[in-house]
Structure formats: structure tokens, C-alpha cells
Design a binder for this molecule. Structure first.
Ligand code: ACO
Length: 428
């Protein structure tokens, strides 16, 4: 028997179907509410209680700290899979066979170059430009060089568009960095794997042979996996809503990059390390900053803490914390910001303000420490997040188009002036 929910509006009882997910999540399907109630809508700023879609890609249980891509736990994927396998899994729904993986890798490599004229666009940016702005602009510029739209009903066209963006995006990400550093642009080396090639494009010097470092490339691979998807977060919702107007894949991804840039979302990884450095420079007094975070008259927030969905440990933060310690040990480095981060986390986890609000370290809290240890400059932390999130955005865009979802167009409750007559300027 199908479940229903009853809503009483203006004395009239309305019945709505209830939707249940495969993990038992429940939603009331209010698609018919406005028509059946004579114009009543729901309002939910920030969409805290609103499901925007049904999706079979990522499962997240924020209360229990569970994250799975296509049914596989994030812990297992981070330990056993590599980034390209995870990308394939997210986008196409199943782990690739050996042949599928070899083909996916080769097809991406065949697209790992951009039109030389992209360099002219890059030239126009000042060196001081934030790499996220550069990356978003260059991703959008790809449309001009690949203007034909994708027939989403054609598996082949869909696949080609996917390998194209998977191939070109690391080039653009690395170039955003090289521009800032004044390094000549590098197309990498197609004999290297996805992550090693990206690192070569980032760091290769014109006068030295580039040598891959296994510790670094494995750590980056793991970080990319941990960032690869996170269901309907701000940037993914942006990608889906832009794509819902049938704007193309590159335009939708470019919009997602802008959404990710904000410090309340992906930009938090940069904000965290800047915060930790500022605390260190100020004498390392974590208690002072804890007090600021709790003071409602102070705009300071403990960056890297709290999450819209996790009301428990972010499982990604747990993995990253261990990885940060291992990498610093492997590279024989010490980092005072890791000690400050651990101090803040320990205090927050026993402080009633954070405990009562269920504020735990999120994915961004420790990731910057690893990026820094691996030699990634601060301004590139959020572009690294974007590189990791790319397969998730693609998967969500593809799912939205294949399911033929309607254009995203919320309603509003108008709270402005009522109708009033126009006043001539001389009478105002
Ligand atoms: N420091 C201090 N107080 C906080 C923090 C924080 N980091 N996060 C939330 N709070 C407090 C709020 O002030 C609020 O308190 P109140 O109930 O007394 O008013 C309460 O906790 C709930 O916070 P909201 O902002 O309402 O929660 P929301 O779900 O809207 O925001 C968010 C989640 C944006 C992540 C928030 O926790 C935050 O700003 N964190 C810091 C930025 C950050 O780390 N962002 C990365 C998120 S992960 C990602 O996007 C990849």
C-alpha cells in the first residue's frame, strides 16, 4: 500500500504521496500542492528541508557520518580505488572493468590539450587574479572552442563530452597556477597517470626534468576521491540548476566552480589555513579564537567547522586527519598549524557551544595542511577541490539530463510594496 501524508490548508485536507529512498529516507511529494490548494506554496530558505531531486549517485547520512558513492563506502574507495575509477563509478554508475578503465584513461588523455588561443585569454588576466576566477572563466571559454551542443540521448556524444572535460580541466587548473607563478605553460606527459600528469603540469620547471613523487601523488589521488561528490551541495545544485535550462556541460561546470569558490563552501579550505596561520602568528592562543567563534557579536567563525548536513564527524575529515599525519611523517615535515588544528578540534569537541550545535570538523579542516605539505600554494586549495569535484558535477549533470528533469525555477513569497501610482520626478 502506498504511503501518503495529509496537509490541512485553509480547512481543506490535502493528501500527498510519500517517497521513500533505498536507505529509508522519507519525503512528501508536494508537486501538486499549488494546484490543489489554490496557490499555496512551501517556503524553505537555504533548502534545509527541501529535496530538489531523486538521485542514485551519493548517499550521505549526516547524523551517523556515512558517505557512499554508488553504494561503496568512502573509506573503502579512498583505500582501494584510484581517482579515475571513482570518477567512472560516479559518472556511469558501476566500477569500470579493466578494459573500460584503460579506454576511459586513453580517451581522457586524447583530450588532454586545449586550443592554443586559450593561452591568449589566460594572458589577459593579471597575475594577482584568484585561480578560481581564472578556472571558471577558462572552463566557460571552452564552449567557444567546442560550440556544438551535446545530444544527451546519444550515449556516444555524452561520453565524448565527458572525456573532453575530464581531459581539459586539469590542464586549465594547472595553468591557472602557472600563470600566477609566471611559469611557461606545460601540456604534461601522456605517459603519466591522471594525477602525476596533473602534478607535472603544475610544477614542472622549464630547466629541470620533472620527477614524480609517489607519496605526493597517492595523497593527492586520495584527496581527489574524498572530494569527488557530496550529493546536493551548493555547487552541485548550481550545476544541476544551470544545466536544467539545457545550458551545456561546460557552462554548468563553470557556474559550479563559482559556487564552490565561496568561503562557506569549497573556499573554506583556503580560509582554514589562513585562519590557522593567523592564530599561529598571534601566538597560538586557541582559547582566544574559540571565544571569538562563540561570540555572537564577532563575525569570526571557526572555519572548517560545522556542516549543513553532518551533525556528526564528517567521515572525510577523519580520513584526511590520519592522512595529514602520515604525509607529514613520510615527508619528514613538522607543521605548527597541524598542532593548532588539533588543539582547536580537541577544545571544540568538548565545548558545549560546539557540542550542542553538533559542530564537527569538516572536510576542509585538515585538507589545507596536506596541500601545504605537498607544496600546493594556498590560492590553489579551492581549485584542487574543484578538480576533485569534477566527476561529481558531471555525474549529477548527466543524471539530471537523462532523467529529463524540468527547468529549476523556484517560487517566492513577495514581501515588497503593494501596487502604487508612479510619481513624477518633480513630485518626489
Ligand atoms: N563557528 C562558529 N559557530 C558556528 C559555525 C562555525 N564554524 N558553524 C555554525 N555555527 C553556529 C551558527 O552561528 C549557528 O548558531 P546559532 O544557532 O546560535 O545561531 C549554528 O551554529 C548553526 O549554524 P548555521 O550557520 O545556521 O548552519 P548552516 O547549516 O546554515 O551552515 C556552514 C553550515 C555554512 C558550513 C557553517 O557551519 C559554517 O559557516 N562553517 C564554517 C565554514 C566552513 O567550514 N564551510 C565548509 C563547509 S564543507 C563544504 O562546503 C565543503
Amino acid at each position: 500500500m502506498s504511503e501518503t501524508a495529509i496537509l490541512e490548508v485553509n480547512g481543506k485536507k490535502l493528501e500527498f504521496p510519500v517517497v521513500r529512498g533505498t536507505e529509508g529516507e522519507i519525503a512528501i511529494d508536494i508537486k501538486t500542492l499549488r494546484g490543489a490548494s489554490g496557490g499555496v506554496i512551501t517556503i524553505d530558505p537555504g533548502y534545509k528541508n527541501t529535496g530538489s531531486c531523486e538521485s542514485a549517485i551519493t548517499f550521505l547520512n549526516g547524523e551517523e557520518g556515512v558517505l557512499r558513492y554508488r553504494g561503496y563506502s568512502i573509506e573503502e574507495l579512498a583505500e582501494k580505488a584510484d581517482f579515475l575509477e571513482v570518477a567512472y563509478l560516479l559518472i556511469f554508475g558501476e566500477l569500470p572493468t579493466k578494459e573500460q578503465l584503460v579506454k576511459f584513461d586513453a580517451d581522457i588523455k586524447a583530450e588532454a590539450h586545449v586550443d592554443e588561443d586559450i593561452k591568449k585569454i589566460l594572458d589577459g588576466f593579471p597575475k594577482t587574479a584568484h585561480p578560481m576566477g581564472v578556472l571558471s572563466s577558462l572552463t566557460n571559454a571552452l564552449i567557444a572552442f567546442n560550440p556544438t551542443s551535446v545530444d544527451v540521448d546519444s550515449e556516444e556524444e555524452m561520453y565524448n563530452a565527458i572525456v573532453k572535460i575530464m581531459g581539459k580541466f586539469p590542464v586549465l587548473t594547472a595553468w591557472a597556477h602557472r600563470k600566477q607563478k609566471g611559469l611557461p605553460l606545460d601540456y604534461g606527459d601522456s605517459s603519466l597517470g591522471y594525477v602525476d600528469n596533473f602534478l607535472k603540469m603544475m610544477f614542472a620547471k622549464p630547466n629541470e626534468e620533472y620527477k614524480s613523487n609517489k607519496v605526493i601523488s597517492e595523497a593527492i589521488d586520495k584527496l581527489l576521491i574524498l572530494h569527488a561528490d557530496h550529493e546536493q551541495n551548493c555547487s552541485t545544485s548550481t550545476v544541476r540548476i544551470v544545466g536544467s535550462s539545457h545550458a551545456g556541460l561546460f557552462a554548468s561546470i563553470s557556474a559550479g566552480i563559482c559556487a564552490l569558490w565561496g568561503p562557506l563552501h569549497g573556499g573554506a579550505n583556503q580560509a582554514v589555513i589562513e585562519m590557522l596561520e593567523a592564530i599561529e602568528a598571534d601566538g597560538g592562543d586557541t582559547k582566544k579564537y574559540m571565544a571569538k567563534a562563540k561570540d555572537k557579536s564577532d563575525p569570526f567563525r571557526l572555519m572548517g567547522f560545522g556542516h549543513r548536513v553532518y551533525k556528526n564527524f564528517d567521515p572525510r575529515a577523519k580520513i584526511i586527519k590520519v592522512a595529514a599525519e602520515e604525509i607529514l611523517a613520510d615527508l619528514n615535515l613538522t607543521d605548527p598549524t597541524l598542532e593548532i588544528a588539533k588543539g582547536l578540534a580537541a577544545e571544540a569537541l568538548s565545548d558545549p557551544y560546539f557540542v550542542d550545535r553538533k559542530l564537527y570538523p569538516n572536510v576542509d579542516f585538515y585538507s589545507g595542511i596536506i596541500y601545504r605539505a605537498l607544496g600546493i600554494p594556498t590560492g590553489m586549495f579551492t581549485p584542487m577541490f574543484a578538480l576533485g569535484r569534477l566527476p561529481g558535477w558531471i555525474a549529477q549533470w548527466r543524471e539530471m539530463r537523462l532523467r529529463k528533469e524540468p527547468i529549476g525555477r523556484p517560487r517566492q513569497i513577495y514581501t515588497g510594496e503593494n501596487a502604487r501610482p508612479f510619481k513624477e520626478v518633480s513630485k518626489r
